[in-house]
Design a protein around this ligand. Structure first.
Ligand code: NAD
Ligand code: LMR
Length: 342
């Protein structure tokens, strides 16, 4: 009785809400780059998921502490640390979803493409290990420049003979999260209701929010469209500048990546109503990779919702044509990076 008097009602409530996270499925998730700015909060959010039974954390540094810390949370998944190249294969065995936020972030004044030289090699090496150890997994690429790192991953998987375009995803969820937030703020809408599809790629003008397709239906003046579009395109830079040399978006990115992981797990678990925007191999335009809304299923991309690209406004149509040369060049740069080595 004495002991229970130390436990306040609020503590009991919070205890109940966390421990009531009963295992509802047993998927294995690996995060590569797990001790970084994105990796740590992402690992925490994935640890909260009742769909996860094993959470494998890999990094080249500091991952033991992150895993020890996280493993004390009384949610179902078992957390395991893997450090250094020799432990990468074990980290990936039998994994269903691999998330890759490994790599360097931008500093003020840099473009995402300025990260290519370092991050291209990191993504290539990690995806080679994914190909060797869990070729059937959904692969979520976060490392920038996403417009090039996804084509790099595709080429690596092709070389290994295990490429399934339905299971390789560039994570563009943060663009959607931002678009939803900014539109809800501007139009005084309930955040939970707003849904803006974002297409194209994940850098500057290649990020194209389709404001005309916002749900619920909203009308914007031309000036609002211009301002919102530019803000969504520059939102990453907004954070890079605010952090003033300490990196780029990590918390909002972890939130967005956790949403994409949860959607993937729900799809794997048989939910037939899972839609997200993602940068994938695609034939909705003449470009080989393109972000648009997709339906997720047990085998990955089940359908591409190409109808959303019909009936665009003149502004959106022009922006779509304008983004293609830059996106095409970034795709070709990624493909060439892997092909030059053969
Ligand atoms: P960070 O520097 O804080 O963390 C990166 C982590 O990767 C570090 O822990 C580092 O040790 C690890 N790492 C480096 N090389 C590795 C390797 N070979 N194997 C495993 N781990 C390795 O950076 P961050 O802020 O977490 O950002 C990571 C990446 O995500 C950057 O490239 C950034 O541009 C990108 N990013 C993408 C989006 C998006 O919307 N797709 C959003 C934000 C950031
Ligand atoms: C973002 O959109 O926040 C990320 O791509 C990181 C960056 O460099 O802006």
């Amino acid at each position: 009785a004495l002991k229970s008097s130390y436990v306040t009602k609020a503590q009991k409530e919070s205890q109940r809400s966390y421990t009531s996270v009963q295992p509802q499925a047993s998927y294995k998730v690996a995060i590569l780059g797990a001790s970084g700015g994105i990796g740590q909060p992402l690992a925490l959010l994935v640890k909260m998921s009742p769909l996860v039974s094993a959470l494998n954390l890999y990094d080249i540094a500091n991952v033991n502490g992150v895993a020890a810390d996280l493993s004390h949370c009384n949610t179902p998944s078992q957390v395991t640390a893997f450090t250094g190249a020799s432990e990468l294969a074990n980290c990936l065995k039998d994994v269903n979803v691999v998330v890759i936020p490994a790599g360097v972030p931008r500093k003020p004044g840099m473009t995402r493409d300025d990260l290519f030289n370092i991050n291209a090699n990191i993504v290539k090496t990690l995806v080679e290990a994914v190909a060797d150890n869990c070729p059937d997994a959904f692969i979520h690429i976060i490392s920038n420049p996403v417009n090039s790192t996804v084509p790099i991953a595709a080429e690596v998987l092709k070389k290994k003979g295990v490429y399934d375009p339905k299971k390789l995803f560039g994570v563009t969820t943060l663009d959607v999260v931002r678009a939803n937030t900014f539109v809800a703020q501007k139009k005084n809408l309930k955040l939970i209701d707003v849904d803006v599809p974002v297409i194209g790629g994940h850098a500057g003008i290649t990020i194209l929010p389709l404001l005309s397709k916002t749900k619920p239906s909203v009308s914007f003046t031309d000036e609002e469209v211009e301002k919102l579009t530019v803000r969504i395109q520059n939102a990453g830079t907004e954070v890079v500048e605010a952090k003033a040399g300490a990196g780029s978006a990590t918390l909002s990115m972890a939130y967005a990546a956790a949403r994409f992981v949860e959607s993937s797990l729900r799809a794997l678990d048989g939910d037939s109503d899972v839609y997200e925007c993602s940068y994938i191999q695609s034939d909705v335009t003449e470009l080989p990779f393109f972000a648009s809304r997709i339906k997720l299923g047990k085998n990955g991309v089940e359908a591409v919702i190409s109808s959303e690209l019909e009936g665009l406004t003149e502004y959106e149509q022009k922006a779509l044509e304008a983004l293609k040369p830059e996106l095409k060049a970034s795709i070709e740069k990624g493909v060439a990076f892997v092909q030059k080595e053969s």
